[in-house]
Design a protein around this ligand. Structure first.
Ligand SMILES: Cc1cc2nc3c(=O)[nH]c(=O)nc-3n(C[C@H](O)[C@H](O)[C@H](O)COP(=O)(O)OP(=O)(O)OC[C@H]3O[C@@H](n4cnc5c(N)ncnc54)[C@H](O)[C@@H]3O)c2cc1C
Length: 491
């Protein structure tokens, strides 16, 4: 006999836990997670006294009044959590520049750029003004759901970042410096929506980058506690593998361990292809045509990560930064291609030193460092098991050797080293091809039209980074809030 709940949520990424927490106040909720821990890309893991973040290094919009902050507050995720900002937004290394971008001080950043590119002063002012106008119009769009009186969005809605930049400056170095955050979106300026970039760029640059002092785990644990305190149920090691559908409703969920559950409403906070791949239906429900529409869209790129526990506090050797981007050239297009093809000598990468943000990641005198880069999936999938093992070590060595130019002697301090490839990302979270943000969306128009939470199955809703407004913590939280409002008939 199957057990019955009001709502069942599949997957305990930040999106799944947030909705479960919001709904648990007045519904009987069950959350099913396939792993033996919760969090998906927001999970933490420990090795020999070092605590690592699986993925996330910075969040925009974690300040009072921002919609992202308000969703977390409403879901009780922030109780007792201290949110901090690194001293600098980030440090950016290029062949001729080593720039520390000021934190939440756009005027100081402008002045810094004026000193590096004196001939470009007016272009910088005009470009920054345009990026700010787009941000303000988008903020209004998120609040009021209207594009009325949004001339900048109408002008740039279908354009790429490259096309936007073309209107302001031809200086390749300046463009590369300002568009550093393309790496956060996993697309180079020719393919990246001007609007998406402008929104996150302004939010980070003007309002700051944030992170919980004790890691994402502190937010996730609060969500778990709140759900349980409201008599919600969270089960680990429970992989959903069947959605039994009768006509247009899910009647039961089947698990790998053969148990069954029933609910009035099911919310899938996992990969959309995996979700519909689980449907077992005796009827002619037209899932195929729904899925075929999705097949024309592209998945976001995956990532390669090296997690390091060091037996030195890197501040003692002069490294005080939290996040450092290393760019071997100014040509984002060729660097993106190198990432897709896994040419590790040529890829850009980032170094995040969590222990420089907070002393909770490791003991005194040690450091927790994470190196991340974008990485194409196919290269890894096509290797045999032994080739894969060998390649990931070889590739990590290439990056570690390059890193020594930034952290001198890095390799001699390594006490713990763990490597994750796109295949690890896929295996751990179930995201197809190890996609880091769900879909790639090339324009605002695609984002607005794309992936509503409702589906052809009446009691199945979708959340997560596979639905509107997409990838990154901010997008996922807004998607959870949207689903919550839908269920409460507020949307
Ligand atoms: C390397 C990397 C760096 C990133 N850095 C940042 C950053 O700095 N800032 C930022 O904003 N965003 C960042 N992101 C993106 C962000 O982490 C994700 O967009 C977000 O965490 C996705 O959350 P989610 O709720 O959609 O679910 P996911 O994190 O994808 O979790 C899905 C969960 O569902 C579970 N699951 C899957 N299938 C099943 C099943 N059949 N049954 C039961 N459970 C199942 C999985 O085990 C997993 O726990 C990064 C991502 C990566 C990979």
């Amino acid at each position: 006999m199957s057990k019955k709940f009001d709502v069942i949520i599949i997957g305990s990424g930040i999106g799944g836990l947030t909705i479960a927490s919001l709904l648990s106040k007045n519904k009987k909720v069950l959350l099913l997670e396939k792993n033996n821990n919760f969090g998906g890309y927001c999970a933490a893991f420990k090795r020999k006294g070092y605590r690592f973040e699986s993925a996330v290094q910075a969040i925009n919009g974690l300040y009072k009044g921002s919609p992202i902050y308000e969703v977390l507050k409403k879901s009780q995720a922030l109780n007792g959590v201290k949110i901090v900002r690194p001293r600098h937004l980030y440090r950016s290394i290029f062949p001729d520049y080593d720039i520390s971008v000021p934190q939440a001080n756009i005027n100081k950043y402008k002045t810094l750029l004026f000193s590096l590119f004196p001939d470009e002063k007016n272009n910088i002012i005009n470009l920054f003004d345009t990026l700010k106008s787009i941000y303000l119009e988008m903020s209004r769009f998120y609040r009021k759901k209207t594009l009325a009186k949004s001339p900048f969005i109408l002008k740039y809605g279908r354009r790429s970042l490259q096309e936007l930049m073309d209107g302001f400056t031809k200086n390749k170095k300046l463009r590369a410096v300002i568009s550093q955050y393309w790496m956060y979106r996993g697309l180079p300026p020719t393919k990246l929506s001007a609007i998406t970039f402008a929104y996150i760029w302004y939010d980070y640059t003007a309002n700051g980058s944030y992170f919980p002092k004790d890691g994402m785990h502190s937010i996730m644990q609060n969500l778990v506690d709140f759900i349980k305190n409201n008599n919600g149920v969270i089960l680990h090691d429970r992989e959903v593998n069947k959605l039994f559908v009768d006509f247009d409703r899910i009647t039961e969920l089947g698990l790998e361990n053969s148990s069954r559950y029933e609910a009035d409403m099911v919310i899938s906070n996992i990969d959309v292809f995996k979700t519909f791949g689980m449907v077992v239906s005796g009827d002619t429900l037209d899932i195929e045509s729904f899925l075929s529409k999705l097949k024309n869209n592209f998945l976001s790129i995956s990532a390669f990560k090296i997690y390091l526990g060091l037996n030195i506090d890197v501040r003692k050797i002069g490294i005080k930064d939290y996040e450092i981007f290393v760019n071997p050239s100014y040509d984002a297009e060729s660097m993106y291609q190198a990432s897709l093809n896994n040419e590790f000598e040529k890829v850009p990468y980032s170094i995040t030193i969590y222990s420089n943000l907070s002393d909770s990641f490791c003991k005194k005198g040690k450091s927790v460092v994470s190196i991340g880069l974008l990485s194409g999936y196919d290269f890894w999938r096509n290797l045999t098991r032994s080739e894969y093992k060998q390649k990931k070590e070889e590739m990590a060595e290439i990056i570690l050797s390059r890193c020594e130019k930034v952290i001198p002697g890095l390799r001699k301090y390594i006490k713990v080293k763990t490597i994750a490839t796109p295949l690890t990302m896929e295996r751990y979270t179930g995201n197809s091809n190890g996609s880091i943000y769900g879909w790639n969306k090339k324009s605002l128009i695609e984002e607005i039209r794309f992936m509503n939470p409702t589906t052809p199955i009446k009691n199945l809703l979708l959340s997560s980074h596979w639905t509107k407004m997409g990838g990154g913590i901010g997008g996922v939280l807004l998607s959870s809030d949207r689903v919550y409002n839908l269920i409460n008939n507020k949307a």
